[in-house]
Design a binder for this molecule. Structure first.
Ligand code: CA
Length: 504
């Protein structure tokens, strides 16, 4: 134990909490190596390695460990008296390779034992997928399953009490991990919150590759201001359909917007695009087809922003793009792969032979039968995981499993107007999911509390209030409605207040 840890242990003991780590270092769980167990004192303002995660004032034991050869994990254990009997696991987006410190922190702050895995490699390893072939399987599904099994055993042994419930929260790649657990290992979690999951990650990655190539091919044709104009006009075309013109569209899937209306008229003035620009915008927003004409996806909805420059890989400090890693390292086994040689018709099916990144199996029967509850959310303005992919999956599940299309006994979907990828964008984006704390922790303001209530009392979630915070202040509210309901302005009242909307 280092000096800092010793001091922290002493401080924890002085605070009357004792050492929350107890004998955790001596726990014997097969294939688990505990690297360190560090007591963190209450009110110490503990800062995790992720500077975006909140500081932690709860006392806990920080366990760092490895499963098998290289599946890294962290398990944060509250003192026994403060443990709520539950596990909260945080999924990790992009290429993983790091831990979800936001959910680890939120977990212990709410009394959970919380856990997260890097899925078996470090983000600093640029060529991680060229290593041991097990890495692909670990990344796709195995690491999170093993994490669930191992930390459940550790928690039961540490507290000498059985685990009451296990919950998983993840967005983007973390959402894909969540859905993979529900589909392939339905016994692992009782409740799941899944944001923007990219249920068909291979197709989504093919679009990313193709978009990057198109942008490079047509570099200079469209400025960022031109792309912003397209998105703005897409919003404006249907802004009033929800009862109020406020820059947010409650249901862009019902919006008809003709990009051709942006064509410059001869002698006309104002913002417009020339014919070449219109052609590129139509291509990018239209459905993706492979080189043989096979349709791959449904295209981009009106109002979704397109960026001409590659966007940073969400949540991952690593330098390369997931799509580039999947096709370059995964398919072509080449760290210096020339991305411009990408061929959808060849490369897209080839990734399935490397690993299974499909979290789109509509059969959630085993998860449903065990009493599992699942809450989806998805930003309408997400340029990375397109809203239609989540909507299409929800519809497929309803068709496949619904009693008359009804899956409301175990499944909810919330579409978030104006929200981009997992968090951010023009609309209110905070509701106690992965993006951050909402107004407060009441179930009608907080998705995690809503899931707890659903599991514990059978009270299914209704509308959940989403808020926008600017410089620490709530500047806008909007109820998120259980899909297919959407929030409609009542016609009077402050449009920034949630009470001015009804779900219909
Ligand atoms: Ca509107």
């Amino acid at each position: 134990m280092g000096l800092v840890a010793l001091l922290a242990a002493a401080a924890a003991a002085l605070a009357g909490g004792g050492d929350p780590c107890g004998d955790v270092k001596r726990l014997a769980v097969e294939d688990v190596r505990i690297v360190s167990a560090t007591p963190i004192a209450a009110n110490s303002g503990f800062a995790s390695p992720d500077t975006r995660a909140p500081l932690v004032d709860a006392a806990f034991c920080r366990v760092e460990g490895v499963i098998e050869k290289e599946i890294g994990f962290e398990l944060w254990l509250p003192p026994e008296a403060e443990w709520n009997g539950r596990l909260l696991t945080g999924g990790v987006g992009g290429q993983a390779g790091s831990f979800n410190y936001r959910e680890l922190a939120r977990g212990v702050a709410r009394g959970y034992a919380s856990a997260s895995t890097d899925t078996g490699h470090k983000a600093s390893d640029r060529n991680w997928l060229l290593g041991d072939p097990m890495r692909a399987v670990n990344y796709a599904e195995r690491a999170n399953h093993l994490l669930a099994v191992k930390v459940k055993a550790m928690i039961a042994a540490h507290y000498r009490k059985p685990l009451h419930r296990a919950l998983f929260v993840g967005c983007s790649g973390g959402g894909r991990q969540a859905m993979t657990e529900a589909q392939r290992y339905p016994g692992d979690y009782d409740g799941i919150i899944v944001g923007a999951p990219g249920v068909n990650t291979p197709e989504m990655s093919a679009r990313r590759m193709w978009e990057m190539i198109e942008h490079r091919k047509h570099a200079g044709l469209m400025s960022q201001a031109d792309w912003a104009l397209v998105a703005r006009r897409g919003v404006a075309a249907c802004d009033g359909d929800d009862g109020i013109k406020d820059g947010l569209v409650a249901n862009p899937a019902a919006c008809r917007f003709d990009i051709g209306t942006l064509l410059c008229k001869p002698g006309g003035k104002g913002e417009c695009l020339n014919a070449d620009q219109i052609a590129l915008v139509r291509r990018l927003y239209g459905p993706l087809h492979d080189e043989n004409g096979k349709r791959i996806d449904d295209g981009i909805l009106p109002g979704v922003p397109v960026s001409a420059t590659p966007l940073p890989e969400p949540f991952t400090p690593g330098p390369a793009y997931l799509a580039t890693v999947l096709f370059g390292q995964g398919v072509h086994r080449d760290p210096d792969w020339d991305a411009s040689t990408f061929r959808i018709a060849d490369d897209l099916p080839a990734i399935d032979k490397v690993m299974n990144l499909h979290a789109d199996n509509p059969d959630l029967g085993a998860f449903r039968r065990r009493g599992g509850k699942l809450i989806f959310y998805q930003g309408w303005a997400d340029p990375l995981v397109l809203a239609q992919s989540t909507l299409a999956y929800f519809d497929t599940v309803a068709r496949h499993m619904g009693r008359d299309g009804d899956v409301s006994d175990f499944l909810r979907l919330y579409m978030v107007p104006g929200m981009e990828h997992c968090v951010g964008g023009a609309g209110p984006d905070l509701f106690g999911a992965t993006g951050g704390e909402g107004l407060d922790r009441r179930p009608e303001h907080d998705m995690l509390s809503a899931l707890e209530l659903w599991l514990d009392s059978g009270v299914a979630p209704g509308p959940i209030l989403s808020v926008k915070r600017e410089e620490g202040k709530v500047t806008a509210e909007r109820p998120l409605c259980p899909w297919p309901q959407t929030a409609r302005y009542r016609g009077r009242g402050d449009p920034r207040r949630g009470e001015s909307y009804s779900c219909r």
